[in-house]
Design a protein around this ligand. Structure first.
Ligand code: NAP
Length: 309
């Protein structure tokens, strides 16, 4: 058990966590931010962020997150790398298990975000890393001059299809309905891109491959119930995200999809424990809303700590 008693412990270092950390550090609360991998979260795998205010012309995802980090450092935010595996509520004190350590804190802000959902079809797991990917920005450049498929119809699928079209010979956009969910501006770019071919009303039933990796996908047409084989050596899955809150399921109220339930001020079912960003149930998942959440959670945590004194 750590000697130090923190005022606030933040779990997760994406836009919500870094914003919360900036606010609590600036408020002179003793804050520790614990991040499992690298600071910056999902935005680190985004090439261009076009809709974060203040950056006309857009900004590269990692560049934006580097600015967040530098800004936090200005106020002395303490960060460590580690995996949080549990949280125990002891009223005025919370005990957070980080790897093999136990850290004491008076308040907790959970900003663990979400990770790409899986399709759960045969061949998906087997060929992950050998043709199946959940991040076009990370792996797209390995697919030069070959046909690939991107699965999904949201903003991520649209952005990734556009990114992949820089490398691949052909990008099939396989969507289960006949219209995209993605923002209109992205749809316009998709339809204007000669390399991208939408395949409507279709889902992937199976990933087929051999010892070289993925060779094709078996598609199912939901309208006429037919099957076809799509020649593609890469499958990029962009069918939404799954919140990373399972490790808290036994102590916090989650909804059926696994999102943490909060009130509009980011309070969870436990006093002194707050959730912000993509891990909490809310209507819009954007960097701007994660930042808004992080700021709210920090200020509400500060008020909570004031009342406890
Ligand atoms: P999303 O908006 O939830 O879209 C997921 C897509 O995958 C939907 O088109 C959905 O189809 C499809 N889908 C879901 N399950 C499927 C399955 N089992 N098989 C086949 N298709 C399936 O997820 P997202 O695109 O990752 O975006 C997540 C959030 O981040 C959204 O709020 C989005 O606006 C935001 N985001 C914003 C930006 C940006 O503003 N630049 C960029 C990326 C993401 P249906 O349409 O039929 O439901």
């Amino acid at each position: 058990m750590s000697e130090t008693l923190y005022d606030v412990l933040i779990i997760g270092g994406g836009p919500a966590g870094l914003t919360a950390g900036l606010y609590t550090s600036r408020a002179r609360l003793k804050t520790l931010l614990v991040e499992r991998m690298i600071l910056g979260g999902q935005v680190m795998t985004t090439t261009m962020v076009e809709n974060y205010p203040g950056f006309p012309g857009g900004i590269d995802g990692p560049d934006l997150m580097m600015r967040f980090q530098e800004h936090c450092q200005e106020f002395g935010l303490e960060t460590i790398t580690g995996e949080v595996t549990g949280l125990v509520d002891k009223g005025r004190e919370k005990i957070v298990a980080v790897d093999d350590r136990e850290i004491r804190t008076r308040a907790v802000i959970i900003t663990t975000g979400a990770e790409p959902s899986k399709l759960g079809i045969p061949g998906e797991l087997e060929f992950t890393g050998r043709g199946v990917s959940y991040c076009a920005t990370c792996d797209g450049a390995f697919f030069r001059n070959v046909p690939v498929a991107i699965i999904g119809g949201g903003d991520t699928a649209a952005e990734e299809a556009l990114f992949l079209s820089r490398f691949a010979s052909k990008v099939y956009l396989v969507h289960r309905r006949d219209e995209l969910r993605a923002t209109k501006v992205l749809q316009d770019r998709i339809f204007a891109n000669d390399k991208i071919e939408p395949i409507w009303n279709s889902t992937v039933e199976q990933v087929v491959g051999d010892n070289t990796g993925v060779t094709s996908l078996i598609l199912h047409n939901r309208q006429d119930d037919s099957q076809r084989t799509l020649e593609a050596v890469g499958m990029f899955v962009a069918v939404g995200v799954t919140p990373k809150a399972h490790f808290l399921a036994d102590i916090l109220e989650l909804n059926a999809e696994g999102y943490i339930l909060t009130d509009s001020d980011c309070r969870t079912s436990i006093p002194g424990v707050f959730a912000a960003g993509d891990v909490r149930k809310k209507i819009l998942k954007q960097i701007a809303t994660a930042v808004g959440d992080g700021a709210i959670a920090a200020i509400v945590a500060e008020k909570y700590l004031d009342c406890m004194e």
